[in-house]
Design a protein around this ligand. Structure first.
Ligand SMILES: NC(=O)c1ccc[n+]([C@@H]2O[C@H](COP(=O)([O-])OP(=O)(O)OC[C@H]3O[C@@H](n4cnc5c(N)ncnc54)[C@H](O)[C@@H]3O)[C@@H](O)[C@H]2O)c1
Length: 267
């Protein structure tokens, strides 16, 4: 007869069911006023987290914080700022700590894209993509990381892209910036592990948000045709991944990139 492992006590049902519980935790989401950021902030707030929405669109950030606070009864604040501006980032972190007391989860999500062939890009366009995706994430990791180092806990989620893993036409600076972000995720996972801080990335495929609604109709159709699940993803389909990486469901996960792409990368 098989023997049960007496030395490996299994966790209680209550502790397993509480793995996703985020009550008492504070989440800071950059670019949280639209698309994926808005959905992830809402999703984590559904599990009890207080939320800070940081976005360059201050008015929309206020509206998102209000929808979370009134809809879910948790605390939510909005901060207006540009993630690639060092002074804005430092001020945002001070403001969030003053308003919500701590930061347990950082989601570096703010971003934009510019699609064109290599020969048509200006240096300003190249710089703007690196500024938001790489510099912005770096500045927030550093500012929030200092606080997490003091509390000896925290989880950072960098929103990368499948285009950080594979090539595609007409997105050279964006894809290079997202690949940099995936590499930065690995390096910071190593550096911050001794401080009790986990660092992971989410790499979405094509998700229907204001960002991807800029695609021409024939490009949209090609994306649908080449995605194994035969459609764009929806912003709410990022919530599960964010919840996993933000919560105690992933306490042994760091330095990885979680792909959410309807099977696109499996081809
Ligand atoms: N939608 C997709 O298919 C997809 C796929 C892969 C990766 N991503 C990434 O997901 C993230 C969110 O994209 P989305 O689709 O939700 O786009 P979105 O345009 O709906 O939202 C982006 C948000 O970021 C904010 N923002 C942009 N630049 C900023 C800055 N410098 N400072 C502060 N806020 C800024 C915008 O105001 C906006 O609220 C981006 O990093 C994007 O590259 C999206």
């Amino acid at each position: 007869m098989a023997m049960l492992d007496a030395l490996q006590a299994l966790p209680s049902q209550a502790s397993v069911q509480a793995l996703h519980d985020l009550s008492g935790r504070v989440v800071l989401v950059t670019g949280g006023a639209s698309g994926l950021g808005r959905a992830m902030a809402w999703g984590l707030a559904c599990y009890g987290a207080s939320c800070a929405i940081v976005d360059r669109d201050g008015e929309l950030a206020q509206a998102c914080a209000k929808e979370i606070a009134t809809g879910l009864g948790v605390r939510a604040v909005a901060v207006s700022g540009n993630v690639s501006n060092e002074a804005d980032v430092e001020r945002a972190v001070v403001q969030v700590l003053a308003g919500l007391g701590r930061i347990d989860v950082l989601i570096n999500n703010a971003g934009h894209n510019i699609r064109k062939p290599l020969f048509d890009y200006s240096c300003e366009e190249f710089d703007s993509l690196y500024a938001v995706h790489v510099r912005g994430s770096f500045l927030f990791c550093r500012a929030v990381g200092r606080h997490m180092r003091e509390t000896r806990t925290g989880t950072i989620i960098n929103v990368a892209s499948i285009l950080g893993h594979v090539g595609a036409e007409n997105v050279a600076p964006y894809a290079a910036a997202k690949a940099s972000l995936i590499q930065m995720t690995k390096v910071l996972a190593l550096e911050l592990a001794p401080h009790g801080i986990r660092v992971n990335a989410i790499a979405p495929g094509y998700i229907d948000t204001p960002l991807t609604r800029q695609h021409a109709p024939q490009v949209r159709q090609r994306i649908i045709d080449t995605t194994p699940l035969g459609r764009f993803g929806e912003a709410r389909e990022l919530i599960g991944a964010a919840l996993f990486l933000a919560s105690d469901a992933s306490t042994f996960v760091t330095g990885t990139s979680l792909i959410i792409d309807g099977g696109w990368m499996a081809k």
